[in-house]
Design a protein around this ligand. Structure first.
Ligand code: 0GY
Length: 297
């Protein structure tokens, strides 16, 4: 594990490989984070992990190295509901990043508008007990009802919670993105209980999307992530209009199994073999959610 003098952990590699797969021009990394810099943007007192700085410059250098054009920056739990680090990165991106915030449900309408001005297009509800102390569904629903126009919610949970969350998800009045497919057990294969439950959710309404991300978290066997590919490929094929892809850089909490970002990119053609499917996954779908004003050729 790589700790600095302050005991802050690094969960990303400084020398990821250059992928062999070349994403189509305009590709969006639709799930990544920034950490700090902590001197400017301190971590939350409730943070469950204290990472080393992974600021916008490092993120944009990785974006370019991997062959991507845009980033969707998701507020990481270590920054709590203080979205300044995310907003700072968006502001430095020259229009090439937008974001997802984490808010106190009591946030005012004016503050939500301010986040919209800063490039935020959604809020995240995190149900992972190891990451957050509290996930008040009633309050989440209230704030979901008064989001700025065009926003969505991102929901992060583990597969064993999906059934209990169904009434909550059903009541959300805006589009929903499910992070990392709700963390299915990929060793169950494409027809396993976890992915069947996710498919039922996707079939229940047309405005639920999912990120087919995090082979490094979901496939305990590690590279070349064959279980992930076998389980997720059919999902991408069947729900090609509702899938997004992201690196998850800087891979919070992955310090003991740091993935090679280039190898993650090289999985894209394995889960989405057809170029047209790759264009939806990497461009068409994320652009609809985050840059709807841009006409995608
Ligand atoms: C992810 C996953 C994780 C962490 C966070 O906000 C976060 O801290 O999302 C995780 O530890 O599983 O999506 O980055």
């Amino acid at each position: 594990m790589s700790l600095d003098a302050n005991g802050r952990v690094r969960s990303w590699t400084l020398d990821s490989s250059k992928p062999r797969y070349v994403p189509p021009p305009g590709a969006v990394d639709a799930h990544c984070h920034v950490f700090g810099p902590a001197v400017e943007f301190p971590f939350s007192p409730n943070a469950k992990y204290l990472p080393q700085d992974a600021g916008p410059e490092a993120l944009f250098a990785l974006r370019d190295r991997l062959g991507f054009t845009r980033n969707v920056i998701v507020q990481a739990s270590c920054h709590g509901t203080d979205n300044r680090a995310t907003l700072n990165a968006i502001a430095k991106s020259a229009g090439r990043a937008r974001g997802v915030a984490v808010v106190d449900p009591a946030i005012s309408d004016a503050e939500l508008e301010g986040l919209d001005q800063g490039g935020i297009r959604g809020i995240r509800f995190n149900f992972l007990k190891r990451l957050v102390d509290d996930a008040p569904k009633d309050k989440f629903l209230e704030v979901a009802k008064r989001l700025p126009a065009g926003w969505h919610v991102v929901v992060y949970f583990e597969a064993d919670l999906l059934e209990a969350l169904r009434p909550f998800l059903d009541a959300i009045p805006v589009p929903i993105i499910i992070d990392h497919m709700g963390r299915p057990d990929v060793t169950q294969g494409p027809g396993g209980a976890d992915l069947r439950a996710l498919r039922q959710l996707l079939d229940s309404r047309g405005d639920i999307w999912t990120k087919v991300s995090c082979p490094d978290r979901l496939d305990a066997a590690g590279p070349p992530y064959d279980d992930f590919v076998a389980a997720v490929g059919p999902l991408v094929e069947d729900y090609g209009d509702r899938v997004l892809w992201g690196t998850d850089w800087p891979h919070p909490n992955m310090e003991s199994r740091i993935p090679d970002d280039g190898a993650l990119v090289d999985l894209i053609p394995r889960i989405a073999p057809a170029p047209e499917l790759q264009r939806k996954l990497l461009i068409g779908n994320p652009m609809k959610l985050y840059w709807p004003e841009v006409i995608v050729p």
